[in-house]
Write a protein of this length. Sequence first.
Length: 401
Amino acid sequence: MNDMKIKSISWLLSIVMLMPFFVKAQETKSDSSYQFTLVKQLPYTPVKNQFRSGTCWSFSAISFLESELLRLGKGEYDLSEMFCVRDAYEKKAEKYLRMGGTINFGGGGEFHDVLHTLKSKGLMPEEAYPGLNYGEKNHVHGELDAVTKAYMEALIKNPNKKISTAWMDGFKGILDAYLGPLPENFVYQGKQYTSKSFAESLGLDPDDYVCLSSFTHHPFYQPFILEVADNWAWGEIYNVTLDEMMEIIDYALDKGYTVGWASDVSDKGFAYNKGLAVIPETDVAELSGAEKARWEKLTEKERNSQMYNFDRVVPEKNVTQEMRQRDFDNLQTTDDHGMHIVGYGTDQFGHKYYYVKNSWGADNKFDGFFYASVPFVRLKTIDIVVHKNALPKDIRKKLGI
């Protein structure tokens, strides 16, 4: 056997001996990337797109009510978000004027704004009030927000030394121009309705729904006004412990009720394009075992890079009530976005994630949905809305509901 043959055989033997290691390495890499299994999925309507408007609160609340109609056996509806947005604009303008321009005025809002509209004005189907009267196919509210704000600022200056009786008609004129005039009556599936009679036909009672959160700067089991800028209506929510808030979410989903969810999405752990929201544990001292040994080998820069590239399942923080309160107090947690929890699933290691419907179109990894880890929801939730029958009996008793 010549040297060439010996080298060839040696090379082949080396490859054969190393193959298990290559296969194992590939399996480890594959097993470490996020792989989700959907465990519970409740009925929902198609994903919509708020586009360039600050109206997530209306899209998420309407999505929630559409799922309620499915739960109640009413069928699938496409309800108008802009009907609620318009109503909120009018109410917001009135309060802004009364408060001398000292409260927030913009496109933002909260879940309860839609419930207030349902109670006072009713609802409309999308086809009756799409709110696109300004030459766009999608919602683009930059100009509308700027024009309405400028109008209100002119009123705040009170150039006549007395606010005229025409001011609200003028404001509604702006809304008519951009969103379209409100129809007094409309025909839907062959029947004529007003917004009130249409809402009555749906059988949704706004008093059946309750908003909740968990903060220590207010007493537990009592309602309080949530101190965020978009709560212009000064709506009250009920306060429960962090563990109870999570229990409510889990209980609701298991009983067939979806959950409206407002959260901070400015955190680095929110990666919508990758369909993921997590709170990585970047403090190596908090890790243990193999995870600790792995991350200790890396520099802080390398750890941060790998923790937030979302290519593998990462260890997450153990979020406490104190940690949650700290981030709210120091503004690391802010009121950014309203969404809709419609189920939950697990990764390949058994960690639980909530299955969240968004309103940014259907072009991300999971067609408009994403998975939010339990630590992310514990830390970054601003508030939730559920049907009162979705509350565990002991918590409902504590709240006196």
